[in-house]
Design a protein around this ligand. Structure first.
Ligand code: CMC
Length: 430
């Protein structure tokens, strides 16, 4: 008779243990009962980089990496990208259900009426050097926002959490725009609440002397879809940072700054920026074979940026959608000349045994940068655009963690392999 349990024999003692299997997992803490002597700490599982550890139960996002499936709250990403819009998806990700008409109206109203930031934020952003990376400005300014909203510390008050949610989703786009305007040396543009979320963001970025900014509908739609595609991605590095830092019960602005810092790295949200730099470095299609050779030889740790994923071992479904979206955008902006290099690079890589055998396919970042660049974003703004969409997911993950009775402050164990006790040696005797 099959049982949902796992029997372990400890060959050191010959003892047997039966551990329950629940949702396809055993509880790592159950291993603690396995010990040779009673005073021992007990067995731990060693899992650097959480390769096979579920750190939480979640109902937000489902990914089947082998099949290339991504769903938010059960809804396939393809349907959401095709039929929904970012405001609706952000509501879905945060609240768990698609909004009814009035709920959506209220959500949009609240978010768009929390897009303004305190005037001092302008002075804060002014303090950055002219060539400061926008992601550094974004991350620090998000942390600074916590000082403007001390009420955000009330993390167990549902109304306060709701208010911080409006503020966060509303203000991330303003702060992202300020970072851009500062880098360009342009005056800051105030939000225009009559526009859509993406339209207003475009206005805050690109509005100059015209009295009313009118976004190009194709660009506005493309940006909205890109925000949808980035809204959540279950337990990735930045979501894990949001949960981990949030588990100390710090306010959500500070936790989000930590998540944003995690996103900045080139192996995570910084990859879209790295892809563009890589395509530029390759320069022309005839240089691709030499570049691929270098990657395969592992020279100077070079990687094919925008390829590979911890979870997807198939084509990233977001990359498929973005590839299609690129055609719409290029019709308005003209084709990004790097597109041909990207397409050829993908073609060659997907025929090469190195990439095929390791199941390395294009991920979300491979094509997104080409669109961003065609729209007119400088390369170092790309991760900030990722952060805007992902804010919805960070909030959902943070809230789920806070309300999960099983969660505690995140605190992994270690296998200590350092010195045993030794006596201090004064400097003259070393
Ligand atoms: N180019 C060349 N080789 C690669 C690449 C790549 N992009 N990605 C993985 N590999 C190789 C890697 O060298 C290793 O080979 P071997 O088994 O011979 O040592 C094997 O494939 C497995 O790689 P891994 O580093 O163990 O895989 P991981 O799950 O730890 O890393 C990853 C996932 C995304 C960090 C990695 O694929 C990578 O660095 N990709 C490039 C950066 C990138 O595009 N990041 C964006 C991820 S998607 C957006 C997001 O969610 O942030």
């Amino acid at each position: 008779m099959p049982k949902d349990s796992l029997t372990i024999t400890d060959n050191r003692t010959g003892k047997q243990y039966e551990l329950q299997i629940e949702n396809g997992a055993i509880r790592a803490s159950e291993l603690r009962q396995i010990k040779v002597k009673p005073e021992e700490f007990g067995l731990m599982s060693y899992d650097p980089a959480f390769m096979n550890t579920a750190s939480c139960k979640s109902k937000v996002t489902f990914i089947d990496g082998d099949k290339g499936i991504l769903r938010y709250r059960g809804y396939p990403i393809e349907q959401l990208a095709e039929e929904s819009n970012f405001m609706e998806v952000a509501y879905l990700v945060v609240h768990g259900e698609l909004p009814k008409k009035e709920e959506l109206e209220n959500w949009k109203y609240q978010i768009m009426h929390h897009t303004y930031v305190h005037e001092n934020i302008k002075k804060f952003v002014d303090g950055f050097h002219y060539d400061a990376h926008p992601m550094g400005m974004f991350t620090s300014t998000m942390a600074a926002l916590s000082t403007f909203y001390p009420d955000a510390k009330e993390i167990f008050d549902p109304q306060s959490r709701q208010l911080q949610t409006y503020r966060l989703i509303g203000k991330v786009s303003t702060i992202a725009a300020y970072a851009y305007r500062h880098a360009m040396g342009f005056p800051y543009t105030y939000p225009d609440n009559d526009l859509s979320y993406a339209g207003n963001f475009l206005g805050m970025l690109f509005k100059m002397s015209e009295p009313k900014y009118k976004p190009n509908p194709t660009i506005e739609k493309a940006l909205d879809v890109l925000f949808i595609l980035h809204a959540d991605h279950e337990q990735n590095c930045s979501a894990n940072a949001m949960r981990s830092v949030g588990s100390s019960y710090v306010d959500p602005f500070s936790a989000l700054a930590a998540a944003s810092a995690a996103l900045y790295g080139p192996l995570h949200g910084g990859a879209n920026e790295a892809v563009l730099r890589m395509l530029k470095e390759i320069g022309s299609k005839d240089k691709i074979p030499a570049f691929i050779k270098e990657v395969k030889e592992g020279k100077s740790d070079k990687r094919l940026m925008g390829f590979g994923h911890r979870v997807y071992k198939n084509y990233d479904p977001r990359a498929k959608i973005i590839k299609k979206l690129a055609d719409d955008v290029f019709e308005v902006t003209g084709k990004n000349p790097l597109l041909d290099i990207a397409l050829e690079l993908e073609r060659i890589a997907l025929q090469d045994d190195y990439f095929v055998s390791r199941k390395l396919y294009p991920n979300v970042d491979f094509y997104s940068g080409l669109i961003y660049q065609a729209i007119g974003f400088p390369v170092d703004m790309f991760p900030v655009l990722f952060a805007i969409g992902r804010t919805a997911g960070w909030i959902a993950q943070w809230q789920e963690m806070l309300l999960d009775k099983e969660q505690k402050i995140a605190r992994p164990r270690q296998l200590y392999l350092g010195y045993d006790q030794r006596d201090y040696v004064p400097i003259v005797r070393r």
